[in-house]
Design a protein around this ligand. Structure first.
Ligand SMILES: Cc1cc2nc3c(=O)[nH]c(=O)nc-3n(C[C@H](O)[C@H](O)[C@H](O)COP(=O)(O)OP(=O)(O)OC[C@H]3O[C@@H](n4cnc5c(N)ncnc54)[C@H](O)[C@@H]3O)c2cc1C
Length: 382
């Protein structure tokens, strides 16, 4: 009998297992051989306090301190390294740049720097000056070492006594008088509380447990590596994002990681890159930049899973006792994980949420599984 059985070994499950194992017995079960096989291993590793809606932004702000000062021994490498974000806009995207400036103002942190088209080219020499009408440089954003973060949580959870079972697909969940019985292909486990951290499969796991769906929609996003023209070193370039997120690219290990920022509804699955989305990315990037594409050394896709209002779904299910949701982190599950895992430990143990998280503007009602509107269709990005 475990206090918590966490289903899913991505960043959500790993970080939750780590925080919950501080004082409780925890088992993490992961279907795949490796815990980061699905969305967690496929991200663009961006940390940006202006990305996502208000709930996401508050969790990202609250996570920053935890990223910058992890517990002793958590990781050998810094979890964040500076990577400015350059938001670019064509002349027809003036309203979007104005909206983004407002978000920066509301955040109250360091304001972005306004760059001329020439200053953009100084930083990213392949950009076309006739394409960029306005640009904002966010000097507070970061690259995340996702592997170090994920492994730090898994290692730390084990050190706190948690058990981790891989190649352990949950096939059945039923409830007896003393708690939940979770059945995998080889074993059965008992749990007082189930934590549903199964990413794109979260509504399927809920159905297995007889819990009503939260109406989560997995949206496929494609990414690829592109070779740089000979002799160009992009390591100091910012992460370039079209202000309406029609595409982005950033330096990554001597190449450019690029995406058309697509959002195609999908069934939960092992997502694969689609040729059409690859072509869209290249077309959009080549309108903005001089980047000949001779080959695509790597391509992949992952599922970003959203609730209708694009806020995560975190907390006890309002109708079924002992079923805890940790889902719907969408495109922000890495940058928000440190604060969200602490929120999970507080709510699951019915303890108050830490002041530093509330002071960052986090409102637990915004992520509650009992909030209205769950189950509706996912909206376009606000
Ligand atoms: C292209 C792309 C770019 C992104 N960029 C960023 C970014 O820059 N910054 C950021 O913060 N986020 C980004 N994200 C989003 C981020 O990757 C996700 O929010 C995060 O990884 C979600 O983590 P998770 O643990 O919920 O899901 P997952 O990593 O998918 O983990 C869920 C796990 O549950 C397991 N599971 C499911 N069903 C079962 C079962 N029946 N039994 C046992 N195990 C099961 C799965 O095998 C899986 O390993 C990006 C995503 C994509 C695709």
């Amino acid at each position: 009998m475990f206090d918590f059985v966490v289903i899913g070994g991505g960043i959500a499950g790993a970080s939750a297992a780590y925080e919950l194992a501080d004082g409780a017995s925890v088992l993490l079960v992961e279907r795949e051989e490796h815990c980061g096989y699905h969305t967690t291993g496929r991200s663009a590793a961006l940390f940006s306090e202006t990305y996502g809606n208000a709930a996401i932004r508050s969790l990202t702000r609250a996570s920053r301190r935890l990223y910058e000062a992890p517990p002793a021994g958590f990781s050998e490498h810094p979890l964040l390294t500076p990577r400015h974000v350059l938001f670019i806009a064509r002349a027809d995207q003036a309203a979007s740049i104005a909206h983004l400036s407002e978000i920066f103002m509301q955040a109250g942190g360091k304001p972005p720097r306004v760059l001329s088209a020439d200053a953009v080219r100084e930083r990213v020499p392949i950009m076309r000056t006739d394409y960029v009408a306005q640009a904002l440089l966010d000097e507070t954003s970061m690259d995340i070492d996702v592997h170090a973060l994920h492994q730090g949580y898994l290692r730390g959870a084990r050190a706190r006594g948690a058990s981790i079972a891989v190649s352990a697909e949950v096939l059945n969940i039923d409830k007896g008088p003393s708690g939940w019985r979770v059945t995998t292909a080889r074993e059965q486990f008992q749990a007082r509380t189930i934590v549903n951290a199964s990413g794109a499969w979260a509504d399927s796991i809920a159905a297995m447990a007889g819990v009503a769906a939260a109406g989560l929609t997995p949206l496929r996003r494609t990414a690829m590596m592109l070779d740089l023209p000979d002799g160009i070193d992009a390591s100091s370039w910012p992460h370039v994002i079209d202000v309406d997120e029609e595409f982005y690219f950033k330096p990554d290990a001597g190449r450019l990681l690029a995406s058309p920022a697509d959002e195609t509804p999908s069934e939960p699955c092992d997502a694969q890159a689609d040729e059409f989305d690859i072509a869209v990315a290249i077309d959009r990037i080549q309108q903005a930049a001089d980047l000949p594409v001779r080959s695509i050394p790597r391509r992949w896709a992952g599922l970003r899973t959203f609730a209708a209002d694009r806020s995560p779904v975190v907390g006890f299910d309002p109708r079924v006792e002992g079923f805890f949701w940790l889902a719907g982190q969408g495109g922000y599950g890495i940058q928000t994980a440190p604060a969200l895992a602490k929120v999970v430990a507080a709510l699951a143990n019915r303890r108050p949420i830490a002041d530093e998280i509330l002071e960052a503007g986090f409102n637990p009602d915004a992520v509650s599984p009992a909030r209205s509107g769950l189950g509706a269709a996912v909206h376009a990005e606000a």
